[in-house]
Design a protein around this ligand. Structure first.
Ligand code: SF4
Length: 264
């Protein structure tokens, strides 16, 4: 939904890429079409679709571009066109609480929350937006999300960081936080990137964490990392091209090209 991101979550390589701009609705839909093209899904098959679910996630904050996201979802879900059900479209946010209600009302999309911590002190570090919308406010906004029910559960994303947020005590705190919320929790093994100090939790710690959530009745799948080998897994989507400031572009354009002087 955006090129780059303004939010600087500390475990996220993508977040080190400065915001360039919001995508238009057409550009968002074009990503779906490019994927369908690659899968040769023309025209839209009625059954056995390979592109069956869409998640707004990976780069940027969709709720900072809600108008275009909502328009794109209208187009993607239109029964006369691509016809992917709104129940198969999930929007993931780092917790822009004031926009949650509008997201639900305008899109009827499924909601996912980048949570990653169970207390404000830690979430302030991992997801700095938490300083603006702390966990209590966030949970209140989630409980009020339009259409939330056992059939339409919210997904919490929780990146597993060794020695940071992966203790059994934190799993229990998570259970407490989720009480009464129709929820499932995706445990995401951390994908390392150059320059980060974070390390992925040991597999045993992740399994222990998941078992505590499962025992409390929450589905908590451990996501299989995909794309690590090309730095394209979750939180690794920073691109190699960087935004060049408009002032720098103007300066470069104004400077006369310096030609090597011919040898004397
Ligand atoms: S996790 Fe999402 S919101 Fe946070 S910095 Fe990365 S891309 Fe931005």
């Amino acid at each position: 939904s955006q090129v780059g991101c303004t939010l600087n979550c500390t475990f996220c390589h993508t977040g080190t890429q400065a915001l360039v701009r919001n995508l238009t609705a057409a550009e968002i839909v074009a990503q779906v079409q490019v994927a369908r093209d690659d899968l040769e899904e023309w025209p839209s098959p009625k059954e056995d679709r390979r592109l069956s679910n869409i998640v707004f996630m990976g780069m940027g904050e969709p709720l900072y571009n809600l108008d275009n996201v909502a328009d794109a979802i209208d187009i993607i879900s239109d029964g006369e066109g691509i016809a992917i059900s709104r129940r198969r479209i999930t929007v993931s946010t780092s917790g822009v609480v004031p926009e949650l209600e509008a997201l639900g009302n305008r899109t009827q999309a499924m909601l996912a929350i980048s949570l990653h911590a169970t207390n404000d002190a830690l979430r302030d570090v991992l997801v700095p937006l938490n300083k603006k919308y702390p966990i209590e406010q966030l949970m209140a906004g989630i409980r009020a999300y339009p259409g939330l029910s056992n059939a339409r559960r919210v997904t919490f994303e929780y990146v597993m960081l060794k020695g940071v947020n992966d203790s059994p005590a934190e799993a229990l705190a998570l259970v407490k936080l989720m009480k009464g919320v129709p929820a499932k929790i995706n445990l995401i093994p951390f994908n390392p990137w150059p320059g980060t100090d974070y390390v992925c939790s040991d597999w045993g710690a992740i399994e222990k964490f998941a078992a505590i959530l499962n025992r409390a009745g929450f589905a908590s799948p451990i996501r299989t990392p995909r794309g690590r080998d090309i730095l394209a897994a979750c939180g690794q989507l920073k691109s190699e091209s960087e935004k060049v400031r408009a002032s720098a572009r103007r300066k470069a354009a104004a400077e006369p090209e310096v030609l090597d002087s011919p040898a004397a």
